[in-house]
Design a binder for this molecule. Structure first.
Ligand code: IDP
Ligand code: MG
Length: 203
């Protein structure tokens, strides 16, 4: 018997009881067979205990990352890790937004150059969701000063100076909530089911 991921079951039941059998059929026929079988091969457990996956963090690819065409490679790292992208946009940051984002740094001597850097071109800002995503993405991003960042981290692989460190990642769960509210409106964040949720999220 083919084991269907939980999200597919949920949507099939929703579709069936709401009378959309055609949609249900297309939902099933459109789902890659290999993935369905892969689910069984991966050893699906009918777990009822989902970890807290509601944690979210804000990641931004800074202007140097965008200019150097690193957007795809950076996004790929978080996707490969298994985190879920729930918000994404590209924008030219205003000084006002930046001063709120970096409110704790306003008195630092490097603040004017930080503003100049961050407003020098577009940024790509994202919200990622997953189990302990704040801590995990900070580790993946690496030390603030790329000279001290480990190889294998984003900053350790793509940068060498603190004034051009390619990417931002929230440093705490509270900080992430504050930053997400600053950069995104609630309606711009999507709650969606990953088809591989039982593989990547259930413990
Ligand atoms: P973080 O980005 O690792 O969280 P923060 O201390 O919050 O580090 O600093 C925010 C940003 O300010 C850094 O990512 C970097 O772009 C910039 N910054 C921090 N310290 C310096 C510095 O000494 N010189 C120049 N820029 C700095
Ligand atoms: Mg910080």
């Amino acid at each position: 018997m083919v084991m269907f991921p939980r999200c597919i079951f949920k949507r099939v039941f929703q579709q069936f009881y709401s009378g959309h059998q055609e949609t249900t059929k297309s939902l099933l026929s459109g789902f890659p067979t290999a993935l369905l079988h892969g689910q069984r091969a991966a050893g699906h457990r009918s777990s009822s205990s989902l970890p807290s996956v509601s944690e979210r963090t804000l990641i931004a690819i800074k202007p140097d990352g965008v200019q150097r065409r690193l957007v795809g490679q950076i996004i790929q790292r978080f996707e490969q890790r298994g985190f879920k992208l729930v918000g994404l946009k590209m924008l030219q940051v205003s000084e006002d937004l930046l001063s709120q984002h970096y409110s704790q740094l306003r008195t630092k001597p490097f603040y004017p150059s930080l503003v100049h850097y961050m407003t020098s071109g577009p940024v790509v800002v994202m919200v990622w969701e997953g189990h302990k995503v704040v801590q995990a993405t900070r580790t993946m991003v690496g030390h603030t000063n790329p000279a001290e960042a480990q190889a294998g981290t984003v900053r350790g692989d793509f940068s060498f100076h603190v004034s051009r460190n390619v990417v931002h990642a929230s440093d705490s769960v509270d900080g992430a909530q504050r930053e997400i509210q600053l950069w995104f409106q609630g309606k711009d964040l999507l709650n969606w089911d990953c088809c591989d949720q039982t593989i990547t999220c259930e413990l």
